[in-house]
Design a protein around this ligand. Structure first.
Ligand SMILES: Nc1ncnc2c1ncn2[C@@H]1O[C@H](COP(=O)(O)OP(=O)(O)OP(=O)(O)O)[C@@H](O)[C@H]1O
Ligand SMILES: [Mg+2]
Length: 251
């Protein structure tokens, strides 16, 4: 059975696509057959993060009944497979939604994990279903956390299980909400805390996931830990090369 992990948020722009992409690469790196699906057919940008240029076909072709899901799966970096969204200005129609639910059940048997990058806000309900695990991304600001709460309630209503909360773009400033405050507000466990980091932006600019481009960055380590946790495996930190260790000493 393929595990479905939905990465969702209430507020937009909090880092869902970035985290979903890197988490998928980290899971693939742990030997799991992993597919990432971009379910944001209005603002598709997973392709950019993954360096997949102009895929000829995409999820939207499946939703329009032209192709089957296995026909729109592409090879991505680090052994991960990608289902790009394709773009439509119309957003999800009733019929699209039904097609998406059907398509999600057409995922090839050998896929261990499907990571779903969902659109922000209420459109996320289109991809949520019974038996899925949902990771909710929020930044440590009150407005983001209060929208995250709405998303959590929506996920539960759709029959999905909230597997945890990811705090992203954490800078450690005094006015930011702390882990225990976010946990209390959402009545859910914070499973990952990812810092606001330059490497994340640089990786985006070079169209390579940060876990591959900067494996020693703090964000990469957090995402690798999260992947291990989701698989119930133990995380062991990457062994830094002698040169990078020496650089650390002489900096
Ligand atoms: N930990 C981080 N450190 C620095 N920049 C980050 C971090 N996480 C995300 N970003 C940046 O924030 C921006 C928004 O990220 P992203 O597109 O992943 O958000 P999103 O939640 O998917 O947005 P949308 O709701 O539009 O789909 C991107 O430019 C990304 O590079
Ligand atoms: Mg996104």
């Amino acid at each position: 059975m393929t595990r479905h992990i939905v990465v969702a948020s209430g507020k937009g722009g909090v880092g869902k696509t970035t985290i979903a992409a890197n988490l998928a690469v980290a899971l693939a790196g742990r030997g799991k057959e992993t597919v990432i699906l971009d379910a944001d057919i209005v603002m598709a940008n997973l392709e950019i993060i993954m360096g997949l240029r102009n895929p000829p076909v995409a999820l939207i072709d499946v939703l329009m009944g032209k192709l089957r899901l296995p026909e729109v799966i592409f090879e991505g970096p680090g052994g991960v497979k990608i289902i790009p969204a394709g773009i439509t200005l119309d957003g999800f129609s009733e019929r699209n939604m039904e097609m998406l639910r059907v398509a999600l059940r057409e995922i090839p048997e050998d896929v261990d994990i499907m990571v779903i990058d969902s659109p922000a806000g209420r459109d996320a309900a289109m991809v949520m279903d019974d038996g899925q695990e949902v990771l909710i991304v929020t930044t440590p600001q009150v407005s983001s956390v209060s929208d995250a709460l709405k998303m959590k309630l929506l996920a539960e209503k759709m029959g999905s299980e909230v597997a945890g909360v990811i705090m992203n773009m954490v800078e450690g400033r005094p006015r930011e909400l702390k882990v225990d405050e976010v946990e209390a507000a959402l009545d859910a466990r914070v499973v990952s805390v990812i810092p606001e980091e330059e490497e994340v932006k640089e990786a985006l600019a070079s169209e390579v996931p940060f876990v591959l481009k900067y494996p020693n960055a703090r964000s990469s380590i957090e995402v690798m830990k999260l992947a291990a946790m989701l698989l119930g495996e133990e995380y062991t930190p990457p062994r830094r090369s002698l040169i990078s260790r020496l650089r650390g000493i002489f900096r």
